[in-house]
Design a binder for this molecule. Structure first.
Ligand SMILES: [Zn+2]
Length: 67
């Protein structure tokens, strides 16, 4: 029932996902859940798509003004 994890080095209980163990400073003592990676990839893809799209719109506006 309990989803509490412990630091693999010092065995301090860790709640949630932290960058460093509050007790011994171990880097990323608990692994991120697998679904974090596809979500991050989707956000990155959306950001890239948006940037490309804005660039295309800017180019279209320039063509319109120039013509
Ligand atoms: Zn620790």
């Amino acid at each position: 029932m309990s989803r509490r994890r412990a630091c693999p080095r010092c065995k301090t209980p860790i709640a949630g996902y932290v960058d460093q163990c509050p007790s011994c400073g171990l880097d990323k003592p608990v692994a991120l859940p697998w679904h974090v990676y596809p979500v991050m990839a989707a956000i990155l893809a959306a950001a890239i798509w948006l940037l490309l799209d804005l660039d295309e719109i800017a180019r279209a506006l320039q063509t319109f003004r120039g013509g």
